[in-house]
Design a protein around this ligand. Structure first.
Ligand SMILES: Cc1cc2nc3c(=O)[nH]c(=O)nc-3n(C[C@H](O)[C@H](O)[C@H](O)COP(=O)(O)OP(=O)(O)OC[C@H]3O[C@@H](n4cnc5c(N)ncnc54)[C@H](O)[C@@H]3O)c2cc1C
Length: 467
């Protein structure tokens, strides 16, 4: 089936709000990918579970993402090793890999889901050494299924001089995000989870064994509370919300581009650059789904559609004019250290947020991990404890965050330009080398012809006139 357009009609609540008091084992605040997964996995273990969402299921980032399911986290694996050491980094990586496998197994049988395979992480700079070192760590040390692609191979499938070598993740895949969220909610409900939309949680009293929660029209009591509200959480824990830098990411879907798209982009999986700036894939045969700018305030997606058009033109000039059919944004919470917040902050009060721009596999991993922790005493969530809840800086943090983003984009653009310059210089040098060799070869050939003529003339002289 063709993917749904990520931004088709704004999600309206389709389930009722909570209007009566409830007593449950687990109350999950937030019906995005994270909240729905922990709810489903807890209900499968026999718990009575309720999910409360202030708006509707997956109305924000969880339905409006690009649907690329990758292994790992949004932080470089070298940073992870530096922070927690090799063994724990490998275990964290394995958990994230399990998260991706969970999404595959859960999504594949869902009605309306078609998986497309493979993702390519392309480098904007010509630094082969880095590629080799990452291939070594991910492939040999962490056991990830990956391939290194040289620049020529990348440019066979992506007709641009902006990209150099790449890491191919053949086991990464794509799904339609909105269909997945809805499928997850349906699975959770059939496992016994009660979901209430249009039900903001406005307060919590987390003291005691039975925690109390308050919504505008009802009160709840619950043994466990999971805070899965992302950077939208607000009143239930302003302190937790303050540890996330809200970041809006903008995306656009082009009008159909016809056969010219396949001539320029022949790779059918997702493509993202190593600097985390552009992320795109082909959908519905001949349309481009493209995600690029980020802001730490909520901007008008129509304004950013033009920026996305310009990025497409800059990276794929051979594509010619491209018209954007739809544009939208989604907000995710970014932690200071870049890793998700997963764990128990006080007995019975759990946090599951901060999944950043790589949330599909990590929310699945976090949701499963918390359910296993609550019901089976799995304490591997402690692997996340070196990544503490750190204040993200409030309004000042947003300005700093934006400055960092502009800096990294500028830095990446400069690094890319430098690599392309080096490549052109190398081409020019090679051309000069060829020309020099051709001149030497031609001079040698001429000298040899001249020698042959001279020797023939000497021969003739020796034989004398009339010979
Ligand atoms: C444009 C874009 C593209 C992306 N592309 C990808 C991609 O290709 N691959 C990938 O892995 N990740 C991607 N991501 C990231 C991914 O979408 C997110 O990390 C993930 O959806 C976060 O899920 P979540 O459940 O934590 O949060 P959310 O989806 O934000 O859900 C939180 C929910 O909690 C509810 N809530 C909050 N507070 C309360 C409260 N007090 N009471 C009741 N309800 C509350 C909200 O209403 C909301 O529905 C992308 C993100 C964006 C924005």
């Amino acid at each position: 089936m063709e993917e749904s357009s990520a931004n088709s009609p704004v999600d309206e609540p389709s389930r009722q709000g909570l209007s009566f008091d409830l007593d449950v084992d687990i109350c999950v605040i937030g019906g995005g990918l994270a909240g729905l997964t922990v709810a489903l996995e807890s209900a499968r273990r026999g718990a009575s579970v309720v999910v409360l969402d202030g708006r509707s299921i997956g109305w924000n980032a969880s339905s409006h993402n690009l649907g690329t399911v990758m292994p790992g986290y949004g932080v470089a694996v070298s940073d992870l090793i530096e922070r927690v050491g090799f063994e724990d980094a490998r275990e964290l990586w394995n958990l994230a890999q399990e998260g991706a496998e969970y999404v595959r197994a859960t999504a594949a049988p869902m009605p309306g889901i078609t998986l497309t395979e493979g993702a390519l992480e392309v480098s904007k700079v010509d630094t082969g050494d880095e590629l080799i070192s990452r291939l070594q760590t991910l492939g040999e040390d962490f056991g990830a299924t990956i391939e290194g692609w040289q620049t020529d191979r990348v440019r066979e499938v992506l007709k641009t001089d902006r990209y150099f070598h790449a890491i191919h993740f053949p086991k990464a895949f794509q799904i339609d995000a909105r269909t997945y969220v809805r499928g997850l909610a349906a699975l959770a409900e059939s496992a016994g989870v009660r979901i209430f939309e249009d039900t903001p949680v406005v307060g919590i009293d987390p003291a005691g064994i039975r925690k109390r929660l308050f919504t505008p029209s009802a009160k709840l009591r619950s043994t466990h509370v999971v805070l899965a509200g992302n950077a939208h959480l607000g009143a239930p824990s302003h302190r937790l919300t303050a540890t996330l830098l809200p970041t809006w990411r903008y995306a656009a879907l082009t009008e159909p581009l016809g056969d010219r798209l396949a001539e320029v982009i022949a790779f059918q999986g997702s493509v993202m650059d190593t600097h985390g700036i552009d992320h795109f894939r082909v959908v519905q045969g001949d349309r481009l789904l493209w995600c690029s700018p980020e802001t730490t305030w909520q901007g008008d997606p129509r304004r950013y559609a033009k920026r996305i058009q310009n990025r497409i033109a800059a990276i794929f000039p051979k594509l010619g004019p491209v018209t954007v059919a739809e544009s939208w944004s989604g907000m995710f919470g970014q932690t200071v250290h870049g890793m998700p917040q997963i764990g128990e902050v006080q007995p019975g009060l759990w946090v599951l947020s901060g999944f950043g721009r790589q949330g599909l596999n990590t929310t699945a991993m976090g949701g499963q991990l918390l359910a296993r922790s609550i019901f089976a005493g799995d304490d591997r969530w402690r692997l996340f404890s070196p990544f503490e809840l750190v204040w993200a800086g409030g309004a000042a943090g947003r300005v700093a965050g934006q400055a960092m983003d502009i800096w990294s984009r500028g830095h990446s653009a400069a690094a890319g330009a430098l690599s392309r310059f080096r490549e052109r210089a190398r081409d020019r040098e090679l051309a000069r080398e060829y020309a020099r060799e051709a001149r030497i070869a031609s001079a040698k050939a001429q000298a040899s012809i001249a020698r042959q003529h001279a020797s023939a003339a000497m021969h003739d002289d020796r034989r004398g006139p009339g010979a």
